[in-house]
Ligand binder design. Structure first.
Ligand code: HEM
Length: 388
């Protein structure tokens, strides 16, 4: 998409697309402005003129979450789980995350010298981590992976739209049913996990969360952090393998360098390319008038390549700093899971660097992810030499 972004940044930085009936915003400065203004640009899709109520009962749950709420309710919802995603809270769990990544890689890495970064590490690792934080028993994790995948999938060409919608609904219902059971369970027997935190907020005297909101939050936490982190890890391996010299060698054992390289991946190949907002009043940008009730898409992936903000924006510079990329969004809805995603990427990639060297991409053509707003690949086969 990057050539298209560049053309749009120059020729039509803010433009209306009649086919999708939405505005597109491409420049860094403008994207940041939209994300900074919750009053003018609401995160709630229900405020759009052309909003259609979801048909299935389970499907609307995600609309009751912080992601789609404006202040002040947004802050109340986010406050329920905020503490769990702070870097210092997560630091306690880092050794355990290391073990999980290690287990996955011990199964995948061997003298045969090949693996699929997505299937062997980038996909299972974040699901396992969030499942553990939530408190999902290991025996249910496979079901989990399937759900989280289905939810963010786009309809593929082979499947017709109705069949796709039906499968989505089915998944939403199954997931809701499952979480309802888990919520009941935690009510009787609270544990040291996120599910219990959410249940406590639901049953507070003041009732901080409704049942729908509690369910929605479980689903949000499950889906928001998986496919995104999967693609961060896979995009990182791809960037490192394409870089000049042997970046794997340079980053091995150097957590600071690895941390900054991960930030550059978030800028250069942002896993989340776009976010939606709705204008609440008429507003003029770059000479165009966006009307109240219009939908607006901000292209994070384009903002992150804007030459006005980043020198040599189309070059991957692993030691670029400080970068101020918008890969995790900006402002009120700045990604809650950013510290977790960064930790998972660091732990996952350093576990990989410890085990393999001389990493090469294979000749196999890369297939882009099927989800339209996610940037990444469906699988990433590599060859390597095992380190002993
Ligand atoms: C919000 C990206 C990982 C949970 C966001 C937003 C972005 C984003 C761009 C802003 C949405 C908006 O402005 O409307 C990413 C990327 C990730 C990642 C690129 C991985 C590389 C995670 C993880 C979790 C998570 C691991 C948690 C398990 C959330 C939540 C929100 C959010 C709950 C909504 C925050 C709010 O509305 O206040 N994420 N995310 N994300 N993310 Fe992430």
């Amino acid at each position: 998409p990057f050539d298209w972004y560049e053309r749009m940044r120059e020729a039509a930085p803010v433009r209306y697309d009649p086919e999708r009936r939405t505005w597109d915003v491409f420049r860094y400065e403008d994207v940041k402005r939209v994300l900074n203004d919750d009053e003018l640009f609401s995160a709630d899709p229900q405020k759009a003129d052309d909003f259609v109520e979801p048909e299935a009962p389970g499907e609307g749950l995600i609309l009751d979450t912080m992601l789609f709420e404006d202040p002040p309710r947004h802050g109340e919802l986010r406050g329920v789980v905020d503490e769990w995603f702070q870097p210092r809270t997560l630091a306690d769990r880092e050794p355990h995350f290391r073990e999980l990544a290690g287990e996955l890689l011990d199964d995948a890495v061997g003298p045969h010298g090949q693996m699929d970064v997505v299937a062997d590490l980038a996909y299972p690792f974040p699901v396992t981590v969030i499942a553990e934080l939530l408190g999902i028993p290991p025996s249910d994790r496979d079901r989990f992976k399937t759900w989280s995948n289905t939810i963010v999938e786009a309809a593929s060409d082979e499947e017709n739209a109705d069949a796709f919608a039906e499968r989505q609904q089915q998944t939403q219902m199954e997931m809701a049913q499952y979480f309802l059971e888990m919520i009941e369970d935690r009510r009787e027997d609270p544990q040291d996990d996120l599910l219990s935190v959410i249940v406590t907020a639901e049953s507070d005297a003041g009732g901080r969360l409704s049942r729908e909101e509690a369910l929605g939050m479980c689903i949000l936490l499950l889906v928001a952090g998986n496919i995104t982190t999967t693609n961060l890890i896979a995009n990182a391996v791809r960037c490192f393998a394409e870089a000049d010299g042997d970046l794997f060698d340079e980053l091995r054992g150097d957590d600071r360098a690895l941390t900054s390289a991960i930030e550059e991946v978030l800028r250069y190949r942002s896993p989340v390319q776009a976010m939606g907002r709705v204008a609440t009043e008429d507003v003029t940008m770059r000479g165009e008038t966006i009307e109240a009730g219009d939908r607006v898409i901000v292209w994070l992936g384009s903002a992150n390549r804007d030459e006005r903000q980043f020198e040599a924006a189309d070059t991957f510079r692993p030691n670029r700093s400080p970068t101020q990329h918008l890969g995790f969004g900006h402002g009120t809805h700045y990604c809650l899971g950013a510290p977790l995603a960064r930790l998972e990427a660091k732990v996952g990639l350093s576990a990989l660097l410890d085990r393999i060297e001389h990493v090469r991409l294979t000749e196999a053509p890369l297939q882009p992810t099927r989800s339209s707003f996610i940037y990444g690949v469906e699988s990433l086969p590599i060859r390597y030499d095992e380190r002993r």
